[in-house]
Design a protein around this ligand. Sequence first.
Ligand SMILES: CC(C)(COP(=O)(O)OP(=O)(O)OC[C@H]1O[C@@H](n2cnc3c(N)ncnc32)[C@H](O)[C@@H]1OP(=O)(O)O)[C@@H](O)C(=O)NCCC(=O)NCCS
Length: 302
Amino acid sequence: MTQDLPLSGAVKPYPEPDAADVRELLLDWCGAEPEDADDAVKGLAALDPLSRELADRLYQSIAADMGGRKWLAWPKATEPHPLLGLYPLLASVPDMLAFHQGRGVEEDLSRRVLADVGEKLRLNRRLYGRAGLDVANWFTGHVRGVLYQLGRLQFCVEGAGPKPFVGMHIRGEGGPLTLDAVRDSVEWALEFFPAVFPDRYSGPEDLVFKCDSWLLDPQLRDWLPERSNIPGFGALFDLEGPGDPKGARNSLWRFVFARTDDTPVEKLPRDNTLQRAVLAGIESDVPWRNRSGRLNLARLGL
Ligand SMILES: CC(C)(COP(=O)(O)OP(=O)(O)OC[C@H]1O[C@@H](n2cnc3c(N)ncnc32)[C@H](O)[C@@H]1OP(=O)(O)O)[C@@H](O)C(=O)NCCC(=O)NCCS
């Protein structure tokens, strides 16, 4: 996959962030923890010339596709540099801000979208017991100006064709997934995307929202209590396809248990209703699946 990246400097010079930039961007813009900012500064100093070259090439892949679709395929960061992808992302924050300003996106939204970096650094620390950004390529949607946090939900321009569908994503931090919160977010997105991408969407009627997630598995309805928000969220979608036959282990271990997927079932935490429900399903051989669906706006009253 590395061979598919543009070469160093192919699009524009790589503005490699220095220690002060890394610290400031992480603390002031990304809402990161001081310990993650400290480790990112140390990690930057520890990069060898080959890693620096790779960071430059990752930056070029962003610079070459501002305003594109979805997130980019990047090679996985490996030891000893689990934060490698963070540096080109931070280097591209000024590009993101220029893109946002050019399209009338306010700075508050630029900051909100970057807060996901701080969250995922926290999640990586919980998962691996050290600083890291295991899905750094996810943030290429953020910094290329195609993913936005509008209220509770994130929305990303994803599909093919002249009016690409908008993918819906759900951060862990941000509170319960109530129907009111979802409705507010979707209402915002219906206005936002035609305003920011008039070249793609002439009005709200051009927007199709899709989601692909463990949250859409209708089997959850049989295991979660009435008061739980998750089944209500899933029921907003018209499901498409049978779901991934490989099952939902990766997603459940990461998002429900905050554990790496090699953690044995007996070591998973049972601290709350959701964890106990998912585990009870596993113990009864429920084939949990990630499912995809298209948002049915009428079910939100929109
Ligand atoms: C999506 C999310 C915000 C829903 O949270 P919610 O609105 O509180 O959901 P529910 O009302 O259905 O929760 C029911 C119970 O499960 C718990 N719970 C919900 N999501 C949880 C999660 N990800 N991890 C641990 N516990 C969770 C709640 O605390 C509650 O427990 P309690 O009744 O013992 O207090 C939450 O699941 C989350 O943060 N997920 C992580 C991000 C994610 O999965 N994104 C999608 C990636 S594809």
